[in-house]
Every structure is written in structure tokens, then in C-alpha cells.
Design a protein around this ligand. Structure first.
Ligand SMILES: [Fe+2]
Ligand SMILES: [Fe+2]
Length: 197
């Protein structure tokens, strides 16, 4: 099954700045995503994107929402239409005249799978948070106290253990860090300080 998008441009530049309202986003989220585990993953990535935009990029509220929206909806079609991931959500957001930057970030969240290179800061951070956030969540589930007192060392130890969460691509994680020009340590530290179950 190929998920290659075979496209390099997304959305219409005339729609710059257009977003879904919180209510519209929540409605789409609940209609499309029924699996609670996937819902949690998407919310976690959305929150990380918002926190990063605010704290590391110094962006204001409207940009924070654009970043959050990209995270919140990046896997919206994965639950019911995995063979159309992420083509379907891209086309839906294009139909709704959403800001091309948000659509582009979603289209590039898996360059190896979708064939779209992450270019902007938003693109790169979405790619960087996606796998690693999921990995850290898997780690939290096997700890007696979840996220409590989780440390960098413990996460790195599990990353080296190839049998643990074997479906999480260590290659994608390393690739995403280097594209975002962040060390693995920085990225893990940010996630464990912000993420909750
Ligand atoms: Fe995905
Ligand atoms: Fe994801």
C-alpha cells in the first residue's frame, strides 16, 4: 500500500490565515476519529505543537492555534480510512479553505511515507513530535506511575531496546531531530515536561 501523495503544493495561498474554529475542529475530530487511543495521540501532539509555538517560537494566540490544529488533525483519517492517510484530511481541509501552511504541515508529517519534505518550522516540529510523542506515551503505559517522574535516561534506554514499541521507527525519530536541528535530548525533555496521559 502506497501512501505517497505525489504532490508538492497544498491548499490555496489565498486562504492564508484561515483556520477552523475550535468547535469546527472538535466536530470533525469526533466524526472522523472513533478510537480513543488515536484521539489521545492526536490531542497530545496538538498540545505539544501549541506549547512549542508559544514557548520556543514566541508566537501569539492565533499562530498557536494554527500549530495546534495541525497537530490535532494530522491523523484524522487514519482511524476509518487508513489506506487514504493523509490524503483524505488534506482534501477535506482544502475544501474548507484552510490555511495552506496547516495543510502542508499535515502532508509532510511522514516524509518517508507521503513523499513530502518538511520545510517550515511547523512542518518540522509536527514530524518531530509525532513518533516521539507516541513512543513516550507507550513508555508511560508500562511505568507504574505513568508520566510521573519520567526522566530522559529512562526514555533513551527504551529507545535503544529495539523490542520495545517495535512499531515506532527509530529511524524516523533520528531523521526528524536532525531536520528540526534539535538534539534527541532536547526534544525528549520538552515532551516529558509537557505531555500528560
Ligand atoms: Fe500519521
Ligand atoms: Fe501521528
Amino acid at each position: 500500500m502506497s501512501l505517497q501523495l505525489n504532490r508538492t503544493t497544498f491548499g490555496d495561498p489565498a486562504n492564508k490565515g484561515n483556520v477552523l474554529s475550535k468547535t469546527e475542529a472538535e466536530q470533525l475530530f469526533h466524526e472522523w476519529v472513533l478510537n480513543p487511543r488515536l484521539q489521545l495521540h492526536m490531542r497530545q501532539v496538538g498540545r505539544l505543537m501549541r506549547a512549542w509555538a508559544a514557548e520556543q517560537e514566541g508566537l501569539g494566540e492565533s499562530d498557536q492555534w494554527r500549530w495546534e490544529l495541525a497537530g490535532l488533525l494530522h491523523d484524522a483519517d487514519w482511524d476509518q480510512w487508513p489506506e487514504q492517510h493523509c490524503r483524505k484530511i488534506i482534501e477535506e481541509l482544502e475544501t474548507r479553505h484552510v490555511d495552506p501552511a496547516i495543510i502542508r504541515a499535515i502532508a509532510s508529517h511522514g516524509p518517508l511515507h507521503f513523499g513530502v519534505e518538511p520545510e517550515t518550522r511547523m512542518d518540522k516540529m509536527l514530524y518531530a513530535f509525532d513518533e516521539l510523542s507516541g513512543f513516550i506515551h507507550a513508555y508511560s503505559l508500562m511505568r507504574p506511575n505513568g508520566y510521573e517522574a519520567m526522566d530522559l535516561k529512562g526514555v533513551k534506554k527504551r529507545l535503544k531496546d529495539k523490542a520495545f514499541a517495535a512499531n515506532v521507527s527509530r529511524e524516523d525519530i533520528a531523521d526528524a531531530c536532525s531536520r528540526a536541528e534539535l538534539s534527541l535530548d532536547e526534544l525528549i525533555s520538552f515532551i516529558i515536561s509537557r505531555q500528560e496521559g
